[in-house]
Design a protein around this ligand. Structure first.
Ligand code: MG
Length: 154
């Protein structure tokens, strides 16, 4: 079973990252819907997800809040990415860190999974979480090119 994160994993959000004048991260800018819509998907990930998505359900797990659900679904379609069979998002107002949220969801998925679980994520903090749950962590975005080459060897 393959689970994918979105920001920094599928969506290249580098253009939305900036600091305020006081040096803190500018979350308002980062979360502007018009800017989210302008994200590009990372190279190779569309080909890989479409190929895998034809045979396996695509499960997405993101720290984005629920209020971004429809914009996220539209963005996936615009990018030519497969529609996810499941899209786990953090509840609006959930103040847990995205690492805590993802850890919570992953533990529930693993509990009910009948197969090995792999998680594609850009966040190195997930290394510990994944090893605790026996989940194989594939580090994005570099892994897309590896998977692309692997698929084309088959
Ligand atoms: Mg991420």
């Amino acid at each position: 079973m393959l689970i994918c994160n979105i920001d920094g994993t599928i969506a290249d959000n580098g253009h939305r990252r900036r600091e305020r004048a006081d040096g803190t991260f500018d979350w308002d800018y980062f979360l502007r819907p018009d800017l989210i819509s302008q994200d590009r998907s990372f190279p190779y990930c569309r080909e890989v997800l479409n190929r895998l998505g034809a045979r396996h359900p695509l499960i997405l797990l993101s720290g984005r809040e629920e209020r971004f659900r429809s914009i996220t679904r539209s963005w996936l379609a615009e990018q030519g990415l497969p529609a996810p069979s499941k899209l786990y998002l953090r509840a609006d107002g959930d103040r847990r860190s995205s690492t805590e949220f993802k850890s919570d969801i992953l533990s529930r998925i693993v509990e009910h999974a009948h197969e090995a679980v792999s998680f594609v994520d850009d966040n190195e903090e997930m290394e510990d979480v994944c090893s605790r749950f026996g989940v194989r962590l594939l580090r994005a975005p570099a892994v897309w090119e590896d998977l692309f080459r692997y698929i084309h060897l088959l």
